[in-house]
Design a protein around this ligand. Structure first.
Ligand code: CTP
Ligand code: MG
Length: 231
């Protein structure tokens, strides 16, 4: 059954999904590869659509797959599908340009984080609504981290207590994200990085282990296992 989005919601979610998935190995673009029988993108969009504040979802899809992506998402939720770009940042910019007037909170969420719970979408949006211009979900870093030189010689041990692993969805006041993308220079891998360059404070909220990014074959196997276990 197609989910209904909230016409009174104040949140637009941009879903960059145009990457190739090189690190996952040969095959279709990553967002279209199956996870427990359904494309990663379907899992991701279903969970976003279940978040009650969401008014609009815009997916940036591989340019060659726009038609099939529209068809696969039609039974899941009402979404706008636009062609993505060569870099993630260009895909996000293309999706941002397609957000209609209305939502003043914009979240950017990787399709590759297909098991992200709707509760995380809500908690990031709530922190923006509470007055923060930029919000990122984070987890503590669990491994010891070393800085090394080009020859893999250890230069030192980094203080792990001051480090965070960053997930998506990242949430922004709409005007802040738009200004950051208009001013963007070299492509970065996350939107908070663009906003930081503008001098805007970015705050952290607790992330979720389920928001893991499916990057390598091991992550896909782990996600399959989590789904079997009820995620
Ligand atoms: N992405 C995008 N447009 C691009 C590159 C990436 O929309 N030109 C999206 C991906 O589809 C993914 C998210 O950005 O949902 C995070 O990127 P990543 O995990 O790096 O995915 P890929 O770029 O597909 O993977 P890889 O880097 O291994 O090729
Ligand atoms: Mg990539």
């Amino acid at each position: 059954m197609t989910a209904q989005l909230n016409p009174h919601g104040d949140v637009a979610v941009l879903v960059p999904a145009a990457g190739a998935g090189v690190r996952l190995g040969p095959g279709a673009p990553k967002a279209l590869r199956p996870l427990a029988g359904e494309p990663l993108l379907v899992h991701a969009v279903r969970r976003i659509a279940a978040a009650p504040s969401v008014h609009t979802i815009v997916v940036a899809a591989p340019a060659a797959d726009i038609g099939s992506v529209r068809a696969m998402l039609a039974p899941v939720a009402p979404v706008t599908v636009v062609p993505g770009g060569a870099e993630r940042q260009a895909s996000v910019a293309a999706a941002l340009a397609a957000v209609p007037a209305g939502p003043e909170i914009v979240l950017v969420h990787d399709a590759a984080r297909a098991l992200t719970p709707p509760e995380l979408v809500e908690s990031v949006a709530a922190a923006v609504r509470a007055g923060h211009d930029a919000v990122i979900p984070v987890l503590p870093v669990v491994d010891t981290v070393k800085e090394v030189d080009a020859g893999e010689r250890v230069l030192g041990t980094v203080d792990r207590s001051a480090l965070r692993a960053v997930q998506t969805p990242q949430g922004f006041r709409r005007s802040v994200l738009t200004a950051a993308h208009e001013a963007a220079g070299d492509p970065l891998t996350d939107d908070a990085g663009l906003v930081e360059k503008q001098g805007v404070p970015v705050v952290c909220v607790p992330g979720s282990e389920l928001a893991l990014k499916i990057t390598r074959p091991f992550d896909l196997a782990l996600a399959e296992h989590l789904l079997t276990a009820g995620a």
